[in-house]
Write a protein that binds this ligand. Structure first.
Ligand SMILES: [Zn+2]
Length: 281
């Protein structure tokens, strides 16, 4: 695969043979891409990444994601307030997120969820914002993007409450690192499960086993760039959408499937979940 990528960078001719993929979770607004964003987007295209969803973490970052979506056909935006940024949110910010969600290229809500690992923001405030995203999803039918770190019980409790209130949920557990029981519980409530670079790390056999068992019509892949580049590019920083093929290949291997078949299935899943996305001509 690495050979193909290298070849691809040296000649335009092989591009049409690249496996098309969509990066469903990229923080393209990150300042780590400032000054190199044009190059990153060019490499993305050369690597076969057809489209990307740029994920907002605050009002300002969501606005930047929408700006990028306006500027580039292949970029879509998710708007929301990340659990670790909830303390920074000012009173009017949530109303602006609600407004921004109406934009034709705002295809999802989030990144939302809960995080007890960093403990930057009081958990009650995180729960309040997570609840707002879920309720807005239930009102608008836009999917919500869930970040989960060291808080599986809280997440499960809140998702179950929402499920019992409004029926099947429309969302994705992003960069999933939970166990099979957590995956199963989320799937039963309608959620999709997405894997990022961590699934490629050598020690993560258990996570690859989880990925292997996710039904084919509920699985997604992403980079979560600029964070955590996949193996064998772990030392490369920042991570970027062009590296996603390694994650896709790893999950396809875990599922004992050909990469192209797995990739086209993830694209179909992406359009089903993020139904406001339009196919690039
Ligand atoms: Zn993220």
């Amino acid at each position: 695969m690495r050979d193909i990528l290298q070849q691809c960078r040296s000649t335009q001719l092989v591009i049409e043979f690249m496996t098309p993929l969509i990066d469903t979770h990229a923080h393209l607004d990150s300042d780590q891409f400032d000054g190199i964003r044009a190059t990153i987007l060019e490499q993305t295209q050369q690597a076969g990444i057809q489209q990307m969803i740029s994920i907002g973490c605050s009002w300002g970052s969501s606005q930047k994601c929408l700006y990028l979506a306006n500027r580039f056909d292949q970029i879509f935006a998710s708007v929301g307030i990340h659990p670790n940024y909830t303390s920074d949110a000012e009173p009017g910010h949530w109303d602006r997120i609600v407004e921004m969600a109406k934009h034709p290229k705002a295809v999802a809500l989030g990144e939302t969820g809960l995080d007890r690992y960093w403990d930057f923001c009081p958990i009650e405030l995180q729960r309040d914002y997570f609840d707002r995203h879920i309720r807005l999803s239930q009102q608008t039918d836009l999917p919500f993007v869930v970040h989960m770190r060291d808080c599986e019980d809280d997440i499960l409790e809140m998702l179950t409450e929402a499920y019992e209130r409004g029926g099947p949920l429309r969302g994705v557990m992003h960069s999933f690192t939970g166990d099979p029981n957590m995956a199963q519980a989320c799937l039963e409530m309608g959620m999709y499960i997405s894997f990022a670079g961590m699934v490629t790390f050598k020690k993560n056999d258990a996570l690859r086993d989880v990925a292997a068992d996710i039904p084919l019509d509920r699985i997604l892949v992403e980079t979560d760039c600029p964070y955590l580049s996949p193996h064998p590019l772990r030392s490369k920083r920042p991570n970027q959408p062009a590296y996603m093929v390694h994650t896709a290949q790893c999950v396809a291997d875990a599922k004992e499937m050909a990469l192209d078949r797995f990739a086209s299935q993830t694209i179909a899943n992406t359009y089903r979940l993020f139904s406001k996305m339009t196919v690039l001509n």
